[in-house]
Design a protein. Structure first.
Lengths: 281, 256
């Protein structure tokens, strides 16, 4: 196996005084003889975006499952929202998950429930929020992803892009501070993928949600890293390229369970590592 | 030898995971939150949904039992006792076991396919990510509904089986109706009825827990779901027969 530099860049950027939302310290995970993550460390700060790139099987999605406590590491430490989670029980993890949303690959919508029931699932099932308030919140988040009229449809009646946007609405319905996106644009055409990217940007910039994006779609990764959303008054939000946004997004390149690069979009573009060049070309 | 060791390891892991699931189910069944809506839904799906297949199975089993035993009893001039034989066979053994086998085919496979599809499409992970315990939400309502509905369905199968036996006895074997029913009552002891009523609780538990266990462990896309469905039916059917033996032994020692 080729030797890669430990990291091509230093620690993630942050605003002064910010405590990281997620901290990985020397995390290792293997399934039998297959080493998925081999001692990875990184930090994610509030309001920032971390974008994990890498080939299929490089361990990107596993990172998200570890952040959410869906998997436990073999060794190393994971801190999320200030809590050490790697040895937590399932019940203890539910309190951490109250502040973390995840958009799964293909959406993972509950196919026996309507769009509205999917979006309000956590609020209906796991909170004591009155039903009229839940319905209002469901309408609000579906409006945010521009799918308000689809509230009574079944997931099977939606297109791929609509399913991803419903998945985003479901993940944001309970106002999490951290949102994890697992290949949210894979399998979508470029135009539809941009609408999903726009939702990610809007959530980050208008709702202040910290984002972790796993993808191997470079176009989407750079789009999210270089664009920002703003809203003038009560009007519709607009998404446009913003020069200083690039400083709020960190790229992490995984290869065979190791981090081989961590840095901004600009730094990634000029990196001279042969693997990175091959990946970017 | 390494292949055998590997097989043994996998089998032990399977048993360990099944035990963990049943213990988690027991714990979740007696603690909050409890998903009443899902429980009622499962009572309907397992109970009412299986009614037709159970009625047909019971009816024809009782009928064929009367037909076969009637002609055998004839050789000893004991045709009037056909009701006794039908009742004893149906209520003690055939009613509970055949109902359970039908449920293994219908319910266990259905649960494995449903949970398996959820597992391979990340819906189980999505449930956990949304703060819902899959055991509480998916397993507990199914297990409780299965444990409660299997005895009910067994009683239905027994009743319909006795009716099937009555039809054959009166129409084919020319046994008087009153004689048939008095023979049915004579052939049953209270202990037999208890055994027929208690055994389905054990069998229902096996049917549903096996379905849930196999479903939640499903991997490998749609092919995996197909495999899980087959495995659930096979494992639940074998489990029913094995559990029937052990439950019968236990109940014999307790009741007689």
């Amino acid at each position: 196996m080729a030797a890669y530099p430990e990291r091509l860049r230093g620690p993630a950027r942050c605003r002064p005084g910010d405590e990281p939302v997620v901290v990985f310290e020397d995390v290792r995970l293997a399934f039998d003889d297959n080493v998925v993550l081999d001692g990875i460390s990184f930090k994610i700060y509030p309001g920032f975006t971390k974008i994990f790139l890498g080939a299929s099987g490089s361990g990107k999605s596993t990172v998200l499952k570890l952040i959410l406590g869906l998997l436990a590491p073999d060794s190393g430490r994971i801190r999320v929202h200030g809590q050490q989670i790697e040895r937590m029980t399932e019940n203890e993890l539910f309190t951490v998950r109250d502040h973390t949303g995840m958009v799964f690959q293909e959406g993972a919508l509950f196919d026996s429930l309507t769009v509205g029931e999917n979006v309000g699932f956590k609020l209906y099932e796991e909170t004591a929020m009155p039903l009229p308030e839940v319905r209002a919140r469901v309408e609000e988040v579906l409006g945010f992803v521009e799918l308000g009229p689809y509230v009574d449809r079944m997931p099977s009646e939606l297109s791929g892009g609509q399913r991803r946007r419903v998945a985003i609405a479901r993940a944001m319905a309970f106002k999490p501070k951290l949102l994890l996106y697992d290949e949210p644009t894979t399998g979508l055409d470029p135009i539809t993928a941009l609408t999903v990217d726009a939702e990610i940007i809007k959530l980050r910039d208008l709702e202040g949600v910290t984002s972790v994006l796993v993808t191997h779609q470079l176009r989407d990764a750079f789009y999210v890293a270089t664009h920002g959303a703003s809203r003038a008054g009560a009007g519709e939000p607009t998404v446009a390229a913003v020069a200083d946004k690039v400083e709020e997004a960190d790229f992490v390149m995984l290869r065979e369970g190791k981090i081989v690069f961590e840095g901004s979009a600009d730094e990634l573009r000029v990196a001279d590592d042969p693997y990175l060049r091959a990946f970017l070309s | 030898m390494p292949a055998f060791t590997e097989w043994l390891k996998r089998a032990l892991l399977e048993v360990q995971d099944y035990s963990k699931l049943t213990m988690a189910t027991a714990r979740c069944a007696v603690t909050r939150p409890f998903y009443w809506h899902d429980f009622v839904e499962q009572l309907d799906a397992i109970g009412l949904g299986s009614m037709t297949v159970v009625i047909l199975t019971g009816l024809f089993t009782g009928a064929v039992l009367a037909l076969q035993s009637g002609f055998t009893l004839d050789q000893f001039g004991a045709r009037p006792f056909v009701g006794r034989l039908v009742a004893a066979s149906m209520i003690k053994e055939l009613g509970p076991v055949l109902t359970a086998l039908m449920l293994a085919g219908r319910v266990s496979s259905g649960i494995a396919a449903e949970l398996g599809s959820m597992a391979v499409t990340d819906q189980i992970h999505a449930l956990r990510a949304l703060g819902t315990d899959p055991v509480r939400k998916l397993v507990v309502p199914r297990v409780l509904a299965g444990i409660l509905m299997t005895p009910v369905l067994t009683v239905v199968a027994n009743t319909v089986g006795l009716l099937g036996g009555w039809v054959v006895s009166t129409q084919n074997l020319q046994v008087a109706s009153g004689l048939y029913w008095s023979s049915v009552v004579d052939g049953l002891f209270l202990e037999d009825v208890w055994m027929g009523l208690l055994k389905p609780f054990f069998l229902g538990f096996i049917i549903v827990t096996v379905g849930c266990h196999v479903g939640l462990r499903t991997r490998g896309g749609t092919q995996g779901v197909g495999r899980a469905t087959t495995n659930a039916v096979v494992a639940a059917s074998v489990g029913v027969i094995a559990m029937d033996f052990f439950a019968t032994q236990l109940l014999l020692s307790l009741l007689f």
